[in-house]
Design a protein around this ligand. Structure first.
Ligand SMILES: *Cc1c(COP(=O)(O)O)cnc(C)c1O
Length: 385
């Protein structure tokens, strides 16, 4: 099915990105080079951090951040089951074990009040997710982490632009990790970044992202070949000039696109407020919501048939997320069962992400809301007999 009336997502890359890409193609360096460095400088500046490193995914970013902190085998990282699987698989890739804490029932974010009870002798870090683009309670998490000597790494895949109580992604953590996957607010198809303040950590990440080699292809292109050494076991996650070229023009659009998503979210919220059976996740006070996805919760839990009915009206919708602990791999490896994280499960059975992107029109929001209203009204009328 390709002929969507309202597609779930459309990217906004175009002429500016083509021109930027042309500049990279006109040069000699396709791999990590000047464009990557320029992206990193601008991204670090945007987030107010000393360092940003371009990588090929947020998953890789989280993996490397854990490795750079020396977190691995035999150790535990506290995280949320209400996220994309990558938040937990990055912990497993590092050799550590994810320990889940249930979500807040009105936002879906990790419930900071439950974190302390999950801390054990092997706990090294907390890996929260700013779900849908709304920041977690980082001040509360920071206080716990300070008391118990834990590191914090943020999965900020949904949240470049968010602020809560004056705190932005990366402000209260060792590192914050970002995604430029195809549907994210900034995108180059596949990509990611890590921001941090610590010089030694940044240096280690720089090695870890490219095989632990102490010279790069760019160094060879500038200086000619000299022997390089491998000083630690690294991975192959470096962001190339090609991804960076696609990302660079998008910095100028971050603010206007955020404003546009806020306007669309307001329209959705106002028009959905009198549709029966739909709950809208809460936005906390003192919060700038980054509005990555627009998500509703279907109170009676009959979510899957609503997605089918929307599909029949050629309206795209997806699920963010069915909880991680109930994925087959996690059930089989760790013995997780339904009932263990009831709030994440409640959300996981009810959540629908509606079409949402800056190029969406007011008319398209109305089409989605009208379709939902029809679907929900039909369900609200009890069957005969
Ligand atoms: C997209 C996403 C990721 C993974 O990002 P990649 O760049 O695809 O690795 C991780 N966590 C969350 C919450 C995401 O939405």
């Amino acid at each position: 099915m390709t002929d969507w009336r309202v597609p779930y997502y459309r990217h906004d890359l175009g002429d500016a990105e083509l021109q930027s890409l042309a500049r990279v193609l006109a040069g000699d360096i396709l791999t990590t080079g000047v464009a990557t460095a320029e992206f990193e400088a601008r991204f670090a500046h945007l987030l107010g951090r000393r360092h940003a490193l371009g990588v090929m995914s947020c998953t890789g970013a989280m993996h490397l951040a854990l490795l750079a902190l020396g977190i691995g085998s035999g150790e535990e990282v506290i995280t949320t089951p209400m996220s994309f699987i990558a938040t937990s698989t990055a912990i497993l890739e590092a050799g550590a074990t994810p320990v889940f804490v249930d979500a807040e029932n009105d936002t879906g974010n990790i419930d900071a009040a439950r974190v302390e009870a999950a801390i054990g002798p092997k706990t090294r870090a907390v890996l929260p997710v700013h779900l849908y683009g709304q920041m977690c309670d980082m001040r509360a998490l920071r206080a716990i982490a300070d008391r118990r000597g834990l590191a914090i790494i943020e999965d900020s895949a949904h949240c470049i632009e968010g602020v809560r109580d004056g705190v932005r992604p990366g402000d209260l953590a060792k590192a914050a990790c970002f995604s430029f996957y195809a549907t994210k607010n900034m995108t180059c198809g596949e990509g990611g970044a890590i921001v941090c303040d610590d010089d030694a950590m940044a240096e280690k990440l720089r090695l870890l992202r490219v095989h632990g080699m102490n010279k790069t292809g760019y160094d060879r292109a500038r200086e000619g070949y000299t022997h390089w050494d491998m000083t630690l076991l690294g991975w192959k996650y470096n962001m190339s000039n090609i991804e960076a070229a696609l990302l660079l023009p998008q910095f100028d659009r971050i603010a206007p696109k955020l404003a546009r998503r806020h306007a669309l979210a307001r329209q959705y919220e106002q028009r959905l407020s009198n549709v029966p059976g739909i709950r809208i996740p809460a936005t906390r006070a003192n919060t700038v919501h980054a509005r990555h996805v627009f998500t509703i919760w279907i109170e009676d839990g009959n979510r899957d048939c609503i997605i089918e009915e929307l599909k029949a009206e050629r309206i795209g919708a997806v699920v963010n997320y069915r909880p991680i602990h109930l994925m087959s791999y996690f059930r089989e490896r760790f013995g997780y069962r339904p009932g263990m994280f009831p709030i994440a499960e409640w959300i996981g059975e009810r959540t629908i992400s509606l079409p949402f992107y800056p190029d969406m029109s007011e008319k398209q929001v109305d089409i989605v809301v009208d379709a939902l209203r029809r679907i929900m009204m039909r369900r609200a009328i009890p069957a005969h007999g």
